[in-house]
Design a protein around this ligand. Structure first.
Ligand SMILES: [Zn+2]
Length: 345
């Protein structure tokens, strides 16, 4: 009897230990060289600034889709990687510096129809596969104006590359028998720069019921040092404690234990004058009472300018933040209990 108990405990310890060790091993597969390879393509002139509805955005979608395919993620329900959307928008929400909004409004009036697609990398879970964690990053940007290309290397080729590498880390783990217990959806979103259109479309047409969606981790701009910062070893976190104390604590613990970034909560408030909580794709999840974390390096001098280019990025910083997101996601997807939402109004 005693012996049996001992063996059981021993086996239990081994399997728990294995899972906690493995996460670090798979986090290590996310490296600066791979991240750079993706950003190099996404932020290249040939993608023409990836404006939603334009040729460059379609090329970017194809690149991301091919990556999902190559790392072994099958199309969702055997059918497709794309979630297409068509939205009529009254707003011409070009956020670039030199755009005469009134002039463009006169030409296009209120009839601007925008066609985009979200690219879905759906990784089916194990024991708890009916619950879903969503990782998002928008891959669209501002396009080109005359001959000026808005490459959007930081905004948001950096976050898109991160999401692609996080997907790969999960798939390598899955192949080796350490697939996530909950399902994980890695979603590259378009239409963000035109008013969070892709994520709004997704939350109105989710592939899983939103009640079964346990959290959203959103990555938008993680390759630069923002204004007000002096060194790269930080990231702004926004939203982590707004709906779930549990999520906030988990995120803090993972960082302390494995990553060691300085987590900066300066902008983590619903009434912050910058309103970042409302300004990227996580907000469409948060407004549906799904706990979110928004990972962000802050605004800088090249924000929404043609000078947001690849050679200014710090790939070591992108790697570290990507690993933090991956390890946080790993914990959310693999722990027994679902995150507790204790602060929904
Ligand atoms: Zn962005």
């Amino acid at each position: 009897m005693e012996k049996v108990i001992k063996t059981t405990i021993f086996l239990f310890l081994i399997s728990t230990a294995a899972y906690t060790q493995e996460n670090l091993k798979y986090a290590e597969t996310i490296n600066p060289a791979d991240l750079k390879k993706h950003v190099f393509i996404l932020a290249s002139d040939s993608l023409e600034g990836r404006e939603t509805g334009k040729r460059g955005q379609k090329k970017a979608a194809l690149y991301i889709k091919n990556h999902f395919k190559s790392i072994g993620i099958p199309p969702y329900r055997g059918k497709k990687y794309y979630q297409k959307f068509k939205v009529k928008t009254k707003r011409h929400v070009c956020k670039c510096e030199d755009c005469d909004v009134n002039f463009i409004q006169k030409i296009f009036g209120n009839r601007k129809k925008i066609k985009g697609e979200n690219v879905l990398g759906y990784i089916e879970g194990g024991d708890i596969k009916e619950e879903l964690l969503v990782i998002t990053s928008h891959y669209d940007h501002l396009g080109k104006h005359d001959s000026l290309i808005y490459n959007g290397a930081d905004d948001n080729a950096s976050g898109t590359a991160a999401a692609m590498e996080i997907a790969e880390a999960f798939m390598i783990a899955k192949r080796e028998g350490f697939g996530p217990k909950r399902s994980v959806l890695i979603m590259a979103v378009s239409g963000e720069e035109k008013g969070l259109l892709g994520s709004k479309w997704y939350t109105n047409n989710p592939i899983y019921p939103l009640e079964k969606t346990v959290a959203n981790l959103n990555i938008d701009m993680i390759g630069r040092i923002g204004d007000f910062q002096k060194e790269p070893n930080y990231v702004y976190l926004i939203g982590s404690d707004m709906l779930s104390t549990d999520l906030h604590n988990l995120s803090e613990e993972v960082n302390k234990k494995h990553v060691g970034l300085r987590l900066d909560y300066t902008f983590n408030s619903e009434d912050d004058p910058n309103r970042y909580y409302y300004r990227s794709d996580h907000y469409n999840f948060a407004k549906n009472h799904i706990p979110v974390i928004f990972y962000f390096n802050g605004i800088h001098e090249d924000y929404h300018k043609p000078t947001d280019t690849i050679e200014k990025l710090d790939f070591n910083k992108i790697k570290k933040i990507s690993q933090l997101v991956f390890l946080t996601a790993w914990e959310i997807a693999n722990r027994e209990e679902r995150l507790v939402v204790d602060k929904a109004k």
